[in-house]
Design a protein around this ligand. Structure first.
Ligand code: NAD
Ligand code: LMR
Length: 312
């Protein structure tokens, strides 16, 4: 199995590091446009092999996509991150061209590859890749919900004192500060509903902290986060490469599910060797349905920007 990570920056290198350590692929390729950076990160990661005790072959490439030929899964992290005070949506002008270009380069050498899109604004970039390449919807997966759900679990754990590893909690909707929907009503810990562990005010605060989780880190770091995003990217790749059939919230193309069509937005999906193998339709209540509708409208408005920019 072969995985390519495009973008050797903070998220791409962290994702590559996690994939390499897991030993889930025979070959890992890292590509970046900046001369020498991908080769340098690949060599640096390779030199952790004997210390950490894994054995994955890692190669770097400055924009030579012939080295990516035969890729099963490509992770796209190329593009600019936001700075404090910016939204993810502010990145569309720069990142749309980069993602479109990179995705078509991957497909040129690996026509059967499954694409995992991380670059922001992620739901819009996922839609752009799907529409511009005309790929089957099972092969385009936006990574956002996996990360947002892990943040949701962190804040639930901090508020309640129970282990993050015992928590089941899901974030659906757009991967945006105002569009994501942490499903507090459905969050459980070993089968115990969180309404038994936290007050409604505490749950509301957890949801608010989750929604601005990325912005909080961006303010602290001066740029956006990479450890949890890189790990979440790896988890998506792992479920596909190992055909694990894990249920992970991802941005996928909806064709009537959740009452929405012609949009990529976060919902729980089963991920296996064919990419998106099933979309899980949760039994949302009326308030959650309304929130999902509003989130979808905001995501749709950003998709329209792609047409206005003539990238689609
Ligand atoms: N979806 C998510 O959950 C999530 C999480 C974190 C970050 N992100 C997004 O991921 C992207 C990357 O973030 P980062 O912190 O790694 O940024 P970064 O600046 O550290 O790295 C980006 C890399 O992309 C490279 N690049 C730019 N144009 C390229 C091209 N045409 N071809 C190949 N490489 C190219 C740059 O040279 C750079 O090395 C940002 O858009 C960020 O907003 C998304
Ligand atoms: O917050 C960002 O801009 C990056 C990413 O989408 C995240 O949630 O960490």
């Amino acid at each position: 199995m072969k995985v390519t990570v495009v973008g050797a920056g903070a998220v791409g290198a962290t994702c590559a590091d996690n994939i390499a350590r897991k030993e889930i692929v025979d070959e890992l390729v890292i590509v970046d446009i900046k001369e020498g950076v991908a080769e340098g990160k690949a060599l640096d990661l390779t030199q952790t092999t004997s210390i950490l005790g894994f054995d994955t072959s890692i190669i770097g490439s400055t924009n030579d996509y012939s080295k990516t030929a035969g890729t099963n899964v490509a992770v796209i992290t190329s593009g600019i991150p936001r700075k404090p005070g910016m939204t993810r949506e502010d990145l569309i002008g720069t990142n749309a061209g980069i993602v479109k270009d990179v995705a078509s380069n991957i497909l040129k050498y690996s026509p059967d590859a499954i694409l995992v899109i991380i670059s922001n604004p992620m739901d819009t970039m996922t839609y752009l890749a799907l529409k511009s390449l005309g790929l089957n919807k099972n092969r385009i997966i936006g990574m956002g919900g996996a990360l947002d759900s892990s943040r949701f679990k962190t804040y639930l754990s901090l508020a309640s004192g129970v282990s993050q590893n015992d928590i089941q909690a899901t974030v659906i909707g757009g991967h945006g500060d105002t569009t994501m929907i942490p499903l507090t009503r459905l969050a459980t810990c070993q089968g115990i509903n969180f309404s038994k562990l936290l007050s409604s005010e505490q749950l509301q605060k957890v949801a608010e902290d989750t929604m601005v989780g990325g912005a909080t880190l961006t303010k602290l770091l001066g740029t956006s986060a990479w450890y949890a995003p890189g790990a979440a990217g790896m988890a998506v790749v792992e479920s596909i490469i190992r055909d694990e059939k894990k249920i992970i919230p991802c941005s996928v193309y909806l064709d009537g599910e959740y009452g929405e069509s012609d949009i990529c937005i976060g919902v729980p999906v089963v991920l296996g060797k064919n990419g998106v193998e099933k979309i899980i339709e949760l039994d949302l209540n009326e308030i959650e349905k309304e929130k999902f509708k509003a989130s979808a409208q905001a995501v749709r408005n950003m998709n329209q920007v792609l047409f206005d920019m003539n990238v689609l």
